[in-house]
Design a protein around this ligand. Structure first.
Ligand code: NDP
Length: 256
């Protein structure tokens, strides 16, 4: 929907040092209907991500903020910094994108791989969302209806987290830690949708497709450009019908 992103005053992306997160920041910054403030967060934005630094220099309103989603201290200081960037307008859209994928089949999975993956992919999105909630509520309190113009939490999930789809041919990719962590993230989306939907904050899970990144690998079906332009287009039509939903980058509803 043309113009939808202009109505979204601010977007925060976690894990924007590379891959899909970096491309989300880049495409948002390049749009003619872009949000006024784009907050690109990364574990170490100052030293590790030349591409991100170039985007923030080239485009006004792109702010780099340090955020390690596993650290409560880092989350708290990021909230303070973001508060000073967005001011009384609050935060319109939080995209929980940061994640890891440790290779784990039945032989190789370990308790440590499960716990580490759950921390980043399932637990951190909850505590990042909780910490930014006051800023999301500030934005939500200034509008009516539901969508980008008001407030949203987008959890970047995966079809690999779909319990229903993990059967037959699509079950070939073995990833105990990653699949279970994304299934948990999907439940987090539903729990948040129940609690935050009535406050005007729409929450959904979004699958980017199989994408050529460090995580997706070179054999993946989609370029980051194809995936991210699809996802931004899906998000541009975000409405109350999407609250508690699970869609892919083409806008197709996915099975839980
Ligand atoms: P990448 O591995 O390319 O990038 C992962 C990003 O997450 C990096 O920016 C990384 O930062 C960041 N990250 C990891 N741990 C932390 C942390 N503790 N704090 C802050 N940032 C962190 O992955 P993709 O870009 O491919 O994936 C992005 C999202 O899309 C993920 O949620 C993934 O599960 C999902 N997805 C990807 C698919 C694909 O095919 N690529 C398919 C389906 C879903 P750093 O540089 O510091 O390590």
């Amino acid at each position: 929907m043309t113009g939808a992103w202009t109505k979204c005053k601010s977007v925060l992306v976690t894990g924007s040092s590379r891959g899909i997160g970096l491309q989300l920041v880049k495409e948002l910054a390049e749009r003619s209907d872009r949000p006024a403030r784009i907050i690109a967060t990364a574990r170490d934005p100052a030293s590790s991500t030349v591409a991100l630094q170039e985007i923030s220099k080239a485009y006004q309103g792109v702010h780099m903020v340090t955020l390690d989603v596993n650290s409560q201290e880092s989350i708290s200081s990021a909230v303070q910094e973001v508060q000073s960037i967005v001011g009384s307008e609050g935060l319109s859209c939080l995209i929980n994108n940061a994640a890891i994928n440790i290779s784990t089949d039945l032989n190789t999975v370990t308790p440590d791989a499960m716990m580490t993956t759950f921390q980043v992919n399932s637990v951190s999105p909850l505590f990042v969302t909780k910490a930014f909630l006051p800023l999301l509520q500030t934005s939500a309190s200034q509008s009516t209806g539901m969508g980008l113009h008001r407030a949203a939490v987008i959890n970047i999930s995966s079809i690999l987290g779909s319990i229903q789809a993990n059967w037959g041919e699509t079950a070939a990719f073995k990833a105990y830690a990653y699949r279970t962590s994304k299934a948990a993230l999907n439940m987090l989306t539903r729990c948040l949708a129940v609690d935050l939907g009535p406050k005007g904050i729409v929450c959904m899970s979004l699958h980017p497709g199989w994408v050529k990144t460090d995580m997706g690998g070179p054999l993946a079906e989609l370029t980051v450009e194809e995936s991210v332009s699809g996802m931004l287009s899906v998000l541009s039509t975000l409405s109350e019908d999407d609250n508690g939903g699970f869609k892919d980058y083409r806008g197709h509803t996915l099975p839980w």
